[in-house]
Write a protein that binds this ligand. Structure first.
Ligand SMILES: [Zn+2]
Length: 253
């Protein structure tokens, strides 16, 4: 190879490096513009809402989600990965003896259910009630970090975490009308508590929100501890017709 050919090859190599740089810069610029626009519009990127602009609501087509409505009453509001809690939603909170908070409208029946379970010899407690948006975000961050520690990439870890923890704005816990109920292991096993709840909670207006055979509809993996207040009438219907809340609400429309 003579000197001329080498120079030509070098020049070509420089040109392609220069081209590559230009393309990268262009892609970076386009992505930046999209991200900035999305931020301003409160668009959901990989599920994270930029909540500083949460009062602006996007058409469902853009974000793939819509704002949950109260058409069937506060007790039948449908919140899941596609239906977000309205920005102006306000829970009416009351504090339980262990410091957890729930909406005061569900308190009488929650207490009634706990009295009945305890009368049947069970030892149980509300391990989670109302959560603020910030607490929900913290949970999601912690779960994501745990998956990253296991060696998953950031985006993989986020995806996996979201199978377990709802994105802020999309968790029933932010409503204050859902509770996680667990066994006090000194007196009961988890199985004993979960079985009792699955059989009896409807009588007090609560439903097992994420049954194992409805995962495809609810989008949430079986959670035997997560109970949602819907009121006695709806709970009876939901249990007798073997439907989940998504299906029940659709039946009402
Ligand atoms: Zn829960």
């Amino acid at each position: 190879m003579n000197g001329y050919a080498v120079r030509r090859i070098r020049r070509r190599a420089r040109r392609s490096i220069y081209k590559g740089f230009l393309v990268t810069a262009l892609i970076f610029l386009i992505v930046s513009v999209i991200v900035m626009t999305a931020k301003m519009l409160s668009f959901s990127i990989s599920g994270n809402l930029f909540h500083q602009f949460k009062s602006i609501e996007l058409p469902a087509m853009l974000s793939g989600t819509k704002t949950a409505d109260l058409d069937h009453g506060w007790n039948l509001i449908l919140v899941n990965s596609k239906n977000r809690i309205p920005g102006d939603y306000e829970a009416e909170l009351i504090q339980l003896s262990n410091g957890k908070q729930v909406d005061e409208r569900i308190y009488p029946e929650l207490q009634e259910m706990f009295d009945a379970a305890r009368a049947d010899g069970l030892h149980l407690f509300v391990s989670e009630g109302y959560r603020t948006r910030e607490e929900q975000q913290l949970l999601l961050d912690e779960k994501t970090e745990a998956y990253e520690m296991e060696g998953h990439s950031k985006s993989e870890a986020e995806k996996l975490a979201k199978q377990w923890v709802a994105v802020p704005g999309f968790s029933e816990h932010q409503l204050g009308i859902a509770v996680d109920i667990n066994a006090d292991h000194a007196g009961s096993t988890d199985d004993e508590v979960y079985t009792w709840l699955a059989e009896n909670s409807w009588q007090y207006g609560f439903i097992k929100r994420y049954p194992s055979d409805k995962t495809e509809i609810t989008g949430t993996i079986n959670e035997p501890w997560h109970y949602r207040y819907v009121g006695k009438e709806a709970a009876r219907e939901i249990v007798s017709q073997e439907v989940c809340l998504e299906e029940y609400v659709e039946m009402l429309e």
